[in-house]
Design a protein around this ligand. Structure first.
Ligand SMILES: Cc1ncc(COP(=O)(O)O)c(C=O)c1O
Length: 384
């Protein structure tokens, strides 16, 4: 049989490849800073609730294409509170995770040959999906001093094929948190050119959850431009239950429902119930986890401030630290060597787009800060 040539052009799933370099995955010494996964299970109360919902059969059915009404209402209320705005359940469609949300939104907006502007480095699954669909990614260069994308550069890339600008904040892989002003400038640019501004906010619960990440939801006409992507995976430790969301205006929703109907039909029912339970009952738990991670971001920066260490933190926040390595070598080789000689598993910057050979990504959310000193000692040992 023959395959989609665009898909053949995509790199293989990166996490699996990085793990294939690990000699002994069961080694007690291994420090796993590879994949962004929560370090803890969901709380017992959620697991008990979900167990009952599965036993009763409640979770076994399809739901409305857009998701169950109480979850859409609860997420709309959560966003309204966090962003001090007025979001309706009609603005919300629940997806099978945020990755599916992204793929479906791209399919809603883009034809083969259309273009999407996104900053480097970028989340590899975004890049893979654009490539697989024949959508052309137009990259904004990486500024290693600020880790912020430049709106003037984005403007210079816009042409008749451009359909959307894509931002991820807090960012994967850099951990950078884009300022409300930066996000606003991208919104104005997208609006002025009739483009969608897609903002993936998977990690929005791991920065100060009492503050507003941006003010876009308060704009009277946000529904014409802004598309918010969200994930319940990390916030309630539900990665396997596949629950995320798209928040957007009615015009996009109408098209999105067609895609959802043909692909997932609906997001997994059990995951939707779990997400609803989380929104209704786990605010305090979420606050604690968010504070823990904020502390961890500070701790990793402090640990890297070591006179013998030649690795440099470019930025760190939410789940990730983006690190400049000191070698004149490809990032893949640096990561392989760190695995084989120091038993630290990370990801090469080159998985996140072009011009990233000097960087590696550490997913520090998986590792307690008490181990950071050991991480730094091993990195120093790798310099010899
Ligand atoms: C930026 C970003 N978006 C989406 C996802 C996937 O989220 P989900 O598990 O909800 O599909 C991830 C997971 O690593 C991510 O980093």
């Amino acid at each position: 049989m023959k395959f989609n040539p665009n898909l053949l052009d995509c790199a293989s799933a990166p996490i699996a490849e990085a793990w294939s370099w690990v000699g002994n995955p069961d080694s007690q010494r291994l420090i796993d800073m590879c994949q962004a996964v929560p370090a803890h299970l969901p709380p017992q109360s959620l697991r008990d609730y979900l167990g009952d919902a599965i036993k009763s059969g409640e979770a076994a059915t399809y739901t409305d294409i857009r998701g169950i009404a109480p979850l859409r209402e609860a997420l709309a209320a959560n966003i309204s509170e966090r962003y001090q705005s007025s979001i309706e359940s009609e603005d919300v469609l629940i997806t099978a995770g945020c990755n599916q949300a992204f793929c479906s939104v791209i399919d809603t907006l883009c034809d083969k040959g259309d273009e999407v502007i996104l900053p480097l480095p970028c989340y590899f699954n975004h890049q893979m999906w654009l490539t697989a669909r024949g959508v052309i990614p137009r990259y904004l260069s990486f500024n290693a001093e600020t880790a912020m994308p430049d709106v003037a550069e984005a403007e210079s890339l816009i042409n008749t094929k451009t359909r959307a600008i894509l931002l991820v904040t807090p960012n994967n892989p850099t951990g950078a948190i884009y300022t409300p002003d930066c996000i606003d400038q991208f919104y104005q640019l997208a609006r002025n050119h009739g483009l969608a501004l897609i903002v993936d906010e998977t990690y929005r619960d791991f920065i100060d959850i009492e503050t507003q990440p941006h003010a876009l939801f308060s704009k009277p006409d946000w529904r014409d431009t802004f598309v918010h992507l969200y994930s319940f995976s990390k916030v309630f430790s539900l990665t396997g239950h596949r629950t995320g969301a798209v928040v957007a205006g009615l015009a996009l929703m109408e098209q999105l429902k067609k895609i959802q109907d043909c692909t997932a039909i609906c997001a997994p029912h059990a995951g939707q119930l779990a997400a609803l339970f989380g929104l209704q009952n786990l605010h305090q738990w979420k606050l604690e986890k968010s504070e823990e991670l904020a502390q961890r971001a500070i701790a990793i920066k402090q640990a890297f401030d070591h006179p013998q260490l030649d690795y440099r933190v470019i930025s760190a926040g939410a789940y990730f630290a983006y690190i400049q390595h000191p070698f004149d070598a490809a990032a893949r080789d640096v990561v392989k060597r760190l695995i084989q000689q120091q038993e630290i598993i990370s990801l090469p910057g080159s998985y996140f787009g072009q011009d990233q050979e000097q960087f590696i990504r550490l997913a520090f959310a998986n590792v307690h800060e008490s181990r950071f000193e050991d991480v730094v000692d091993r990195l120093i040992a790798s310099q010899n």
